[in-house]
Design a protein. Structure first.
Length: 304
């Protein structure tokens, strides 16, 4: 059975356009909830045994320390994560002292620190700048690589246009993923930290690999095809769609296991990969290849 994917490109392009507009609006109105890796501050994870103080009790005990932007978040492994702007060792010890005092009067109750991370504001801004630079460099290298890989394909679409089409699909993936995390950050407090940037770069590599598989099949079919460019592209997409979906589904299943059963520090990373791989698979099938056909049609119209 042959699916008319390219012939139905207007539907998929419209859906993608609506999703991108919604993502951009979410980024404009809510923005990304940057974590301490980018804003600077401290992250402290502690654990109480045989006694679990309430979030209100923890916040009340820390009032004397005068912490700014304090966020107290319980985890599913019976520990508590505290985030605050101050990053000095004196404040760190003061917080530990206040939290330890909560066990007083409770028989057998103990308290221990599991982890403590501190990032200065200047380091956070530097990390943010380097992260954006890394993504930009990845885009440039990808378009150069695809242009080189498809350098012998000149008809009816030039080799560099394959690179541009792949970048359009990648931009679609990044904006959609950022939009999803803008919504999650606004409603559920999910933060953007350096693992998220690593996930975005991973998604870029995964998505472009999926796109290249489709483009490579187009390159193989073009010299021997008796059909026009649109139908050749559609046949190529149909020949690779099952492989793309099965590969992505297998990866997402593994990531779902990490999301539900992994530690709290890796869950946001797994969630970003799930969203990115899902939309990356969609874009390699329904965005990148249709862009080539649309570009070819526009070129033909201008020539006429």
């Amino acid at each position: 059975m042959t699916y008319r994917i390219i012939q139905s490109r207007k539907i998929f392009m419209t859906l993608s356009s609506l999703a991108i507009v919604a993502s951009i609006l979410a980024l404009i109105f809510w923005g990304l909830n940057f974590g301490i890796d980018f804003t600077g501050g401290s992250l402290l994870e502690v654990q109480f045994t045989k006694y679990q103080p309430s979030i209100t009790a923890i916040e009340s005990s820390l009032q004397g320390v005068h912490l700014h932007s304090l966020v107290v978040q319980p985890t599913n492994k019976h520990s508590i994560i505290l985030r605050f702007q101050e990053n000095t060792e004196a404040v760190h010890q003061a917080v530990l002292g206040k939290l330890s005092s909560l066990t007083v009067g409770h028989q057998g109750a103990t308290f221990k620190q599991l982890q403590f991370d501190s990032v200065g504001p200047s380091i956070g801004q530097e990390l943010k700048s380097k992260s954006f630079n890394a993504v930009a460099i990845a885009f440039i290298m990808i378009i150069l690589f695809i242009s080189f890989a498809f350098r012998r394909v000149s008809k009816p679409v030039s080799s560099w246009k394959y690179g541009v089409a792949a970048i359009i699909a990648l931009i679609h993936d990044v904006i959609f993923t950022l939009g999803v995390f803008a919504v999650l950050g606004h409603f559920y407090g999910i933060e953007i930290n350096t693992p998220f940037i690593a996930a975005i770069l991973t998604v870029l590599g995964y998505s472009v690999s999926d796109t290249i598989i489709v483009f490579d099949r187009i390159r193989e079919n073009l010299p021997k095809s008796q059909e026009d460019f649109e139908n050749t592209v559609n046949r190529s997409v149909n020949q690779t769609i099952t492989r793309s979906i099965n590969t992505s589904f297998s990866a997402i299943l593994a990531l779902l296991a990490v999301l539900f059963f992994g530690g709290s520090t890796i869950k946001d990373f797994a969630l970003a990969l799930i969203v990115g791989i899902f939309v990356g698979t969609y874009s390699s099938i329904f965005i990148a290849s249709p862009v080539l056909v649309i570009w070819d049609n526009l070129t033909r119209r201008k020539a006429e």
